[in-house]
Design a protein around this ligand. Structure first.
Ligand code: 1GP
Length: 246
């Protein structure tokens, strides 16, 4: 079980690395090359699949990954269309930093019947978009305003509200390909305020970036964009996460 595994890892002081795969950016050949890295001794703990737009068939990407790796494959949906019953679970994202009802509840209503039928594990996640300088894809597509980069108090209040509403994890999202990741200060403040598993992603480009996020209190770091052009980074980041946990 995804949530139980995450909680057990947190209890043991083990940090986790989630590799994000955007099906639109990786063809089957890419995926096979990537799964070699994923399956190596130093591999990620979780594979997330999703993207802001999705022209490709998410089912096929999930099926290919499931055929070639034992790692949990978890949906990270940009919309209600991005559901596959072949996945192990889904981060059911409620975009709590925004005020667009579509991404707070609308898409969830559309996806719920298919999700109930699929039987995949649901991880209700408070998704918080952070940043003000960049017009990231998620900001444009979701039509929501991110929490400003320096407004730590708003981020803390938002995460607290998410926890009070019963969400099971908080995701601090700097935006895919963001020029700078969520600040160490904001991660640390949210970490102090809430007891939920804390996922941090967006703009993490190196082992050093990932280590900073972990030091600040992230439990799971997510890296996607920088790996698309450098598969070698999978091992480097996996090692940094494992070393941090020791
Ligand atoms: C995006 O947090 C993820 O939703 C990962 O971000 O693509 O910048 O690594 P990057």
């Amino acid at each position: 079980m995804l949530l139980t595994d995450i909680q057990e890892n947190i209890a043991k002081g083990r940090k986790m690395f989630a590799l994000l795969i955007d099906p639109d950016k990786q063809n089957e050949t890419d995926l096979l090359r990537l799964t070699e890295k994923i399956n190596s001794a130093n591999g990620p703990d979780i594979i997330l699949v999703g993207g802001s737009l999705l022209f490709s068939n998410i089912d096929e990407t999930v099926a290919t990954l499931k055929r070639h790796t034992q790692k949990p494959v978890v949906l990270f949906p940009g919309s209600a269309m991005q559901v596959s019953d072949k996945a192990d679970g889904i981060l059911l994202l409620s975009l709590i930093s925004g005020r667009n009802p579509e991404f707070l509840i609308g898409q969830h209503v559309q996806a719920a019947p298919a999700l109930a039928k699929s039987g995949i594990e649901i991880l209700p996640t408070g998704y918080m978009l952070i940043g003000e300088e960049n017009y990231t894809s998620v900001r444009y597509i979701s039509n929501t305003m991110p929490i400003p980069y320096n407004k730590t108090d708003i981020a803390v209040a938002t995460a607290l509200a998410g926890q009070m509403l019963g969400l099971k994890a908080i995701y601090l999202e700097g935006g895919s390909g963001a020029t700078k990741p969520v600040s160490a200060e904001m991660i640390a403040a949210v970490r102090r305020a809430v007891g939920l598993p804390l996922i941090v992603g967006g703009g993490l480009r190196s082992a050093a970036d990932v280590t900073t996020a972990l030091k600040s209190g992230a439990d799971i770091v997510v890296v996607g964009t920088s790996i698309e052009s450098n598969y070698g980074l999978v091992e480097e980041i996996s090692r940094a996460v494992a070393d941090f946990s020791r």
